[in-house]
Design a protein around this ligand. Structure first.
Ligand SMILES: [Zn+2]
Length: 54
């Protein structure tokens, strides 16, 4: 892979790699690139009780 392709994948990135979650404490809906729910914390209140939001 050329360095240009790498730069494109870093900057352009389709957005398909993000997952949507909802905080069960404050009901904030947010997106994260983290696929493992256990590692995701709510950006609003910091709570780790989040669920998949389809
Ligand atoms: Zn929250």
């Amino acid at each position: 892979m050329s360095i240009i392709d790498r730069a494109k994948s870093l900057v352009g990135g389709g957005g398909d790699d993000s997952f949507r979650y909802q905080c069960t404490s404050c009901m904030e809906i947010f997106e994260s690139e983290e696929a493992h729910m256990g590692k995701v914390a709510c950006p609003q209140c910091g709570d780790r009780n989040v669920r998949d939001f389809a």
